[in-house]
Design a protein around this ligand. Structure first.
Ligand code: AN0
Ligand code: CP
Length: 317
């Protein structure tokens, strides 16, 4: 594997899952593989889990790790070509990328959707520049449209906890005060569509995701109907995708918060969320603290998804 930006980069998903479970059984088995290799993680946005789990995964493989927070301590980066750089950004991405790549063997990048222009976000302008100009394998640590390390960890978690071969997985929009990207729901949908699970998406009207990600999922506008018989509830907020409202918060309807009453409609479903989560907006205290909440094992599996990806890339260097 060269780059990791979406589900297809992993190749056969069942084999990748087997590899993940093999790593989980003994995460130090390949501790020599990354010797004298360096991972550089570049963050344009905040992170707790991605930063720590990916660093831990790299250390398990014997790698060295460097972390750069672009907006804290580094020069502010211009990303557009042709701009007269007389403003507050002293360096251009087109120099910064090849320079950073001189110091490492694999580059991880976190660069969220900017909501300035839907086409720029959905063309993955920033991530693709890293791929084009770095000459190194690039790992998405959440790009404008996807968060594949999260979705891989989500899939590992569902495989660990599912009680039937073909569980019903429901991704539900939930309210949030600020504009959030569509990357996590897009990516989760992309990965669920790569399985044979029953996959349902529920959200208020106006929150339709890009059809390319919705794929074969059933979209149900009635949240309670969607929850009936569900084995997994995957809650997430996202902002509007449609062109005229792109990136906007259209609703903060608290009747969409995941609570105990709604969880009772399910088949004793597990609750999932990628975190960070705003309690009593997205999900009530009771549900996130319940026995059926998988948020911590799900976050723990971020180490496993990252290690599987790093191992596959190291093997092909
Ligand atoms: C981000 C998002 O929704 O994409 C990161 C989630 C992993 N969340 C926030 O910015 C709160
Ligand atoms: N789930 C996730 O990616 O969390 P962070 O934003 O804290 O990395």
């Amino acid at each position: 594997m060269r780059h990791f930006t979406n589900v297809h980069d992993l190749g056969n998903l069942q084999l990748a899952l087997q590899e993940a479970f093999d790593i989980k059984a003994d995460r130090y088995k390949y501790c020599e593989l990354g010797k004298n290799k360096t991972l550089m993680m570049i963050f344009f946005n905040s992170s707790l889990r991605t930063r720590l789990s990916t660093q831990k995964a790299a250390m398990n493989l014997g790698m060295n790790v460097m972390v750069l927070d672009v907006n804290q301590g580094a020069w502010k980066l211009e990303t557009e070509r042709g701009v007269v750089m007389d403003g507050d950004k002293p360096e251009h991405l087109l120099e910064a990328i090849p320079v950073m790549s001189c110091y490492c063997d694999i580059i991880g990048v976190r660069s969220f959707a900017r909501f300035e222009n839907r086409r720029d976000d959905y063309e993955e302008k920033i991530l693709n520049q890293f791929i084009q100009y770095s000459s190194r394998p690039v790992i998405s640590m959440e790009s404008a449209t996807r968060h594949p390390l999260q979705s891989f960890a989500d899939l590992i978690t569902i495989e660990e906890y599912k009680k039937t071969d073909r569980p019903k997985v429901v991704m539900s929009w939930a309210p949030h005060p600020k504009s959030l990207p569509q990357a996590v729901p897009n990516s989760f949908a992309e990965w669920m569509n790569a399985t044979d699970y029953e996959f349902v998406i529920t959200h208020p009207k106006g929150y339709e995701l890009d059809p390319a990600f919705v794929g074969n999922a059933r979209v149900e506008y009635d949240q309670e109907k969607a929850f009936e018989g569900a084995d997994f509830i995957y809650a997430k907020n996202w902002s509007a995708y449609n062109e005229s409202d792109y990136g906007k918060v259209l609703s903060k309807d608290m009747s969409w918060t995941v609570d105990e009453r709604k969880m009772k409609l399910t088949n004793n479903a597990y609750f999932m969320h990628c975190l960070p989560v705003r309690r009593n907006m997205i999900v009530t205290d009771d549900v996130i603290e319940s026995e059926n909440s998988l948020v911590i094992p799900e976050a723990a599996n971020r180490e496993i998804s990252a290690q599987t990806v790093l191992k596959k890339i190291l093997e092909s260097l």
